[in-house]
Design a protein around this ligand. Structure first.
Ligand SMILES: *[C@@H]1O[C@H](CO)[C@@H](O)[C@H](O)[C@H]1NC(C)=O
Ligand SMILES: *[C@@H]1O[C@H](CO)[C@@H](O)[C@H](O)[C@H]1NC(C)=O
Ligand SMILES: *[C@@H]1O[C@H](CO)[C@@H](O)[C@H](O)[C@H]1NC(C)=O
Ligand SMILES: *[C@@H]1O[C@H](CO)[C@@H](O)[C@H](O)[C@H]1NC(C)=O
Length: 369
């Protein structure tokens, strides 16, 4: 089933299309073993863990990767007949597949185990079967047996997703050389989308609605990040205070700061001016503050809240009027458990500041204890 080394009988495999199951060893390795055994092609069926996630790989023989449900159909067919038959047809390109994007099964997920008060991940970006320039120092599969050399390759992983965001950061820094890293991050996060190309909530690889612990603020939208309206900014001092909350002492903090820095006492991480709001242990009502800076034209922004289930949220003031660029306004958000029966699980909502042109969206993540 897994087509691993030593498991395939060449007498049975020669001239055949083999069906192999994902898992245990890599997909390319399965194809290599099939090929060594004389197979002419391979169908690589997903296991239930990979489910709907199809990753393009530079196979050494003609191969097709199918999802878990299609895999069951193939296995049922093989079981149903003495002489199952497979055909290899020419490759066609499909564009505009739906739904897209959806979360890859391998994508790392929250909650943040080190600092639960800060939502992680922040953002998601394309990371599955991404075609990009490739080194000719190794073969496209990075396997020793792969003597092929290619200028372009298709790869999947956070390593493909991250450079999309790095590139967007670079473009924004070019447009706005004076923006801080935090302002750029805010622009990228608050303009992200949680909808796919069917205008439905982004799903995970099992076709189940994903949430902030999968995609953070959502999927990047670079053109919107160029004009976020408002940003949640942070200064180096805010970051030093953050290190203080991690328990770093003066000696350690001096590694990050030119001047000696004395931690103020106490520091409330809930007020860290991040473009998301996370309360991992809501008991009594809690009020957090945030400050937004206008980086667009003058305008009036109104608050709109999607409440997490069982939680009431009050934003004060409800309206922020900006007369000029660079102006800052502070608001507070009060969160309260609505009834004692509130689910003691993470629940999700959002806060949107909008002037009807910009939609400055922040995820709200709460767990009542
Ligand atoms: C599996 O892939 C097929 C297309 O090959 C698609 O029609 C089907 O919806 C997919 N299964 C699921 C559960 O999405
Ligand atoms: C096909 O047959 C094998 C061997 O009897 C069995 O383990 C497997 O569950 C069957 N698969 C399906 C999809 O019916
Ligand atoms: C999709 O989300 C559901 C519910 O959170 C989870 O049980 C499932 O494992 C997720 N699937 C993948 C592939 O991450
Ligand atoms: C600061 O913390 C480091 C690492 O825990 C420790 O080695 C060092 O002795 C501490 N310094 C002071 C002044 O407490």
């Amino acid at each position: 089933m897994f087509c691993h080394a030593g498991a395939i009988d060449p007498k049975k495999a020669a001239g055949k299309v083999l069906v192999c199951l994902r898992g245990l060893n890599g997909g390319v390795e399965k194809g290599q073993q099939a090929s060594l055994a004389g197979a002419v092609g391979m169908i690589l069926a997903n296991d239930i863990i990979a489910d709907n996630e199809i990753l393009v790989e530079a196979h050494v023989l003609p191969a097709s990767n199918i999802n878990y449900t299609d895999g069951l159909t193939v296995f049922t067919y093989i079981n149903s007949t003495k002489n199952p038959t497979a055909y290899i047809t020419p490759v066609t390109t499909q564009i505009g597949t739906k739904p897209a994007p959806f979360m890859a099964a391998f994508s790392s997920k929250g909650p943040n185990t080190i600092t639960p008060e800060i939502l992680k991940p922040d953002i998601t970006a394309p990371g599955v079967s991404v075609i990009a320039a490739y080194t000719e120092a190794e073969g496209p599969t990075n396997e020793d047996f792969d003597k092929r050399r290619v200028q372009f390759n298709s790869l999947s992983g956070t390593s493909m997703s991250c450079p999309h965001v790095s590139g967007i950061v670079g473009l924004l820094k070019t447009l706005y050389p004076n923006w801080s890293p935090a302002a750029i991050k805010s622009a990228i996060m608050t303009s992200a989308t949680t909808l796919d190309n069917l205008n439905e909530p982004i799903l995970n690889a099992s076709n189940i609605k994903a949430g902030p612990f999968s995609y953070g603020a959502g999927h990047v939208q670079p053109n919107l990040a160029m004009d976020p309206g408002l940003v949640y900014d942070l200064t180096p001092t805010d970051y030093l205070n953050f290190l203080c909350t991690l328990g770093y002492n003066e000696t350690l903090i001096s590694l990050f700061s030119k001047n000696t820095y004395k931690c103020p006492n106490p520091i409330n991480l809930a007020n860290f001016n991040y473009p998301s709001i996370t309360i991992p242990n809501l008991v009594g009502p809690i009020t957090v503050t945030r400050t937004v800076k206008n980086v667009g034209s003058p305008g009036t922004y109104r608050a709109k809240v999607m409440r997490p289930m069982g939680i009431s949220i009050y934003v004060k003031p409800q309206k922020l009027k900006f007369e000029k660029a660079g102006e800052e306004k502070t608001f507070s958000v009060t969160l309260k458990v609505k009834n004692a029966q509130a689910i003691k699980e993470y629940v999700f909502g959002e806060l949107i500041w909008s002037d009807n042109v910009h939609y400055v969206r922040s995820p709200i993540v709460v767990k009542a204890v």
